[in-house]
Ligand binder design. Structure first.
Ligand code: FAD
Ligand code: FES
Length: 285
């Protein structure tokens, strides 16, 4: 049986071996995995930060943290990631069965800084796999519910079968979160919304004068969502988005993830829209 023991000397450039301890298929191309190693405490990841995950012999990709442990939860000793198979590395990670050893570096990048939104209404807008990095935001808010105002979660997916975490969407709704769901292409029996996710914003109850928005999804979706939030009266400084660029080092050394003046792995991925807005409107960057 393979074991996953951290090397005695490790740094941000050295992947540490972790074992896949659980694997849940979320959709046809997406899984949530929990990773653990046998030596020492886990590194402390904040919501919004990412790890570089290595499929040994194939390559390494950035993948965000997608879950926080509950109080007293054994998962405090595990890292949770949700990943969609799109290419060679993510396909290999997607296929990794429990017991498989994969490499982990991190945490890297900026987080959502949920604590700084205390006292505000929370507006979370996710497109597709973008719900994965936002799930820890919801978990953090709900674990400290009295510190926040209204909580809105708007989710867009390609089809009903592509919706992530359907059981949790129901639970969050029961817990008082305003959950809105829309799909691009309805299936038979779908009676919910059809269309793009910013189209759900007019239905959401929140006070733009005291709200913070957290947005993650394809760039075009983030642009339209941010524009709709600004039209509703949210200042750009209180709209946070998570940027995505191809990465190599993950630690600000190689320049591979440059976006205008930013190194996304170091200065992002989470930035506010005063920073992201001008960059996302320039297509060539
Ligand atoms: C900070 C950060 C956090 C991320 N977090 C997550 C996460 O939590 N879960 C997750 O599944 N992914 C996440 N990603 C995206 C993930 O890193 C990429 O999907 C991965 O690098 C693709 O590598 P690959 O070798 O599998 O595919 P590649 O060979 O690099 O790409 C294969 C094909 O898929 C296309 N492609 C690449 N990336 C994407 C994408 N994101 N969506 C659609 N098509 C794509 C490419 O253009 C190419 O055509 C994150 C990316 C960043 C920068
Ligand atoms: S990936 Fe190397 S600088 Fe960002």
């Amino acid at each position: 049986m393979s074991t996953a023991t951290a090397p005695a000397v490790a740094g941000p450039a050295v992947p540490q071996p972790y074992r896949v301890v659980s694997r849940r298929a979320d959709t046809v191309d997406t899984v949530t995995v929990e990773l653990a190693h046998d030596a020492g405490p886990l590194p402390a990841f904040a919501p919004g930060q990412f790890a570089m995950l290595t499929a040994y012999g194939i390559g390494e990709v950035p993948i965000s943290l997608s879950g926080l442990p509950g109080p007293g939860d054994d998962r405090a000793r595990r890292l949770t990631h949700t990943l969609r198979a799109v290419g060679a590395v993510t396909r290999a990670l997607h296929a990794a069965a429990p017991g498989t050893v994969i490499g982990v570096r991190g945490p890297f990048g900026t987080g959502w800084d949920v604590a700084s939104a205390a006292g505000q209404d929370i507006v979370i807008v996710a497109g597709g796999i973008g719900l994965a990095p936002l799930r820890p935001v919801l978990q953090a808010v709900l674990s400290d519910r009295s510190r926040f105002g209204n909580v809105v979660l708007l989710v867009g997916a390609r089809t009903p079968a592509d919706l992530l975490y359907p059981d949790e969407l129901l639970r969050w709704g029961t817990a008082g979160v305003q959950v809105g769901i829309t799909v691009d292409r309805p299936a038979d029996g779908w009676s919910g919304h059809v269309g793009v996710v910013p189209g759900l914003l007019p239905l959401a109850r929140f006070d733009p004068a005291r709200s913070v928005a957290f947005v993650c999804g394809p760039e075009v979706m983030m642009r339209f969502t941010a524009r709709a939030l600004l039209d509703r009266g949210l200042p750009a400084a209180r709209v946070r988005v998570s940027l995505e660029r191809s990465m190599r080092c993950g630690a600000g050394w190689c320049g591979h993830c440059q976006l205008g003046p930013l190194l996304v792995c170091r200065d992002g991925p989470v930035v506010d829209y005063t920073v992201a807005g001008p960059l996302l409107t320039v297509r060539e960057l």
